[in-house]
Design a protein around this ligand. Sequence first.
Ligand code: HAM
Length: 418
Amino acid sequence: MSFTAPKGTYDILPPESSAFLAVRDALSRPAALAGYEYIETPIFEDTALFARGVGESTDVVSKEMYTFQDKGGRSLTLRPEGTAGVIRAVIEHKLYAGQLPVKLWYAGPNFRYERPQAGRYRHFTQVGAEAVGVDDPMLDAEIIALAWEGYRALGLGGFRLLLTSLGDDTCRPAYRALLQAFLRDLDIDDDTRRRADINPLRVLDDKRPAVLAQLDGAPLMVEHLCGPCAVHYDDVRARLADIGVQWEEAPRLVRGLDYYMRTTFEFVHSGLGAQSAIGGGGRYDGLSAAIGGPALTGIGWALGVDRTLLAMRAEGVGLPTAARVQVYGVPLGAAAAERLFGLTAGLRAAGVSADMAYGARGLKGAMKAADRSGAAYAIVLGDRDIRAGTAQLKDLRSGDQLALPLDSLVATILEKLT
Ligand code: HAM
């Protein structure tokens, strides 16, 4: 019997795995530069946290959660997203009692039982950032700019920022009623009618031509914002314009999570087909209170690492591939191998990445391995060299080879590499 990775999951293998790490780092670096600190929360949480936080009526909660009972009878769920867990931690540890805003970033796997297709997986990785506890439109602009920076740093050009405001508890209920009244008169199927009752905004996202054609004159949230929400949205856009971040108004943008209000956004990429969202986020001022915390405001995003990699591939943007090591040891015989074992340890201690051929595979095989490692230098060592107190240092680019004293070899290599 043999096994394969579960449906909807995939392995990230070398050498592409180094690009995966590089993307994860590049997407989080702008947040770190803006003072966001790293947080790690459990991969599973109380099921009720997601039900209350993300919303019972969302597909994520109602259809896609990996929920199980542990041996203690608790209902737990593999996290389908990161925000609910982060806010739970902020509340539990009273992080809001200190300096505000609480600025946090995180990275890790998430789990959604979705129908797998290109760019849509059941296990996927996000980098996320959240700014909690201060209601300032400048923070909205900052968080959006940080995502923008991350994509740009990777050399991506074909992405767009879709932006809208979803209003708040003051203006959204009235708008919702207005939209429902509009939808009531349309020629739509029962399922869509039910959706219009529960979550009318989601009907605006319907891609079917027959529905789409009827949505032309639908009222839009941005046209019905209350005074404070309109001012907030204007401020966010003014600050984005100040720092050269370009966006498109997306008044029909619908997110798959229920906690959003006011500023809401998505980054989409044209090279990805149906799963075009490479990242998304927004303001979630009601989330903390909804999960039993104080009334804390918050804004954040999560960027999809898997889809960002696909977008880079689609654009032909060079993925960073680092050499596996800088120096590779090629021993000729057991005594040389033992000597090289110590030398490679010494190199690593000096900060040089080094590996060697294990398992007595002979000169030819070991040299091939040295080439494959991407190393700049190979240390070739045989019994005769040991007796002479030297080693052969081979420059793998030029092919030049040089006998050097064994005693000072680490120092000599360090010098050559800097
Ligand atoms: P989300 O839009 O559900 O937001 O996910 C963010 C990103 O994760 C998506 O844009 C996409 O790139 C990636 N993603 C989501 N589902 C999948 C999947 N099945 N396969 C591959 N990639 C996927 C959130 O998760 C919110 N927590 C973001 C946020 C943070 N809002 C405020 N703070």
